[in-house]
Design a protein around this ligand. Structure first.
Ligand code: DLZ
Length: 162
């Protein structure tokens, strides 16, 4: 489903487990920081609202989305961290840079997750315009940071349940 048809912050039909005791890393890209800062704020707020305590949220920064994967790997190496949320924003430009970055992050996040057997959440906005990114970072389509936080809690709970 297109995110323009779904509000990324609407969890009315979803059961969210209690995140108490979960330790969550957040890696945020500094490129497009006005967007990624809003994603980070949404993710932190949603984690807190769902039981994760402030001391268990570890926020780190990398220069751009391309570096999210390595940042996630560093956090995954900490055995006390249950899950890592990657937050970035890549806006389509005139060159193929967009495609290379998006593909690298998608593949990298998957690889790190499987390598460390921990959820690594793909909180990357990949949009054609700045407006579309604003709409999805606390605007009319909600906040992808909220969605990433809920996904993180649900995946940690899934792992803990098995
Ligand atoms: C270079 C670059 C470009 C053109 N666009 C973006 C972008 O839209 N979003 C983003 O997060 N990062 C971008 N970057 C920076 C790369 O992710 C990376 O930091 C640099 O290529 C250095 O490896």
């Amino acid at each position: 489903m297109s995110s323009s048809l779904k509000n990324l912050s609407d969890f009315n039909h979803v059961t969210i487990p209690n995140g108490a005791g979960m330790r969550v890393g957040i890696v945020t890209a500094e490129w497009n920081i006005e967007i990624t800062g809003a994603l980070r704020d949404g993710a932190v707020k949603t984690l807190l609202e769902n039981g994760v305590v402030e001391n268990d949220i570890i926020v780190k920064y990398v220069p751009g989305s391309f570096e999210l994967t390595f940042g996630a790997q560093l956090l995954c190496e900490d055995k006390n961290i249950d899950c890592v949320i990657c937050l970035g924003c890549v806006i389509q430009g005139e060159t193929r840079h967009f495609d290379f970055i998006c593909e690298a992050v998608a593949l990298g996040v998957t690889n790190v997750s499987l390598k460390y057997n921990k959820p690594v959440i793909f909180g990357l906005l990949t949009t054609n315009t700045l407006q579309q990114a604003q709409d999805r970072s606390g605007g009319k389509h909600g906040n992808k940071g909220d969605e990433a936080a809920v996904t993180a809690i649900k995946m940690v709970q899934l792992k803990n349940s098995l």
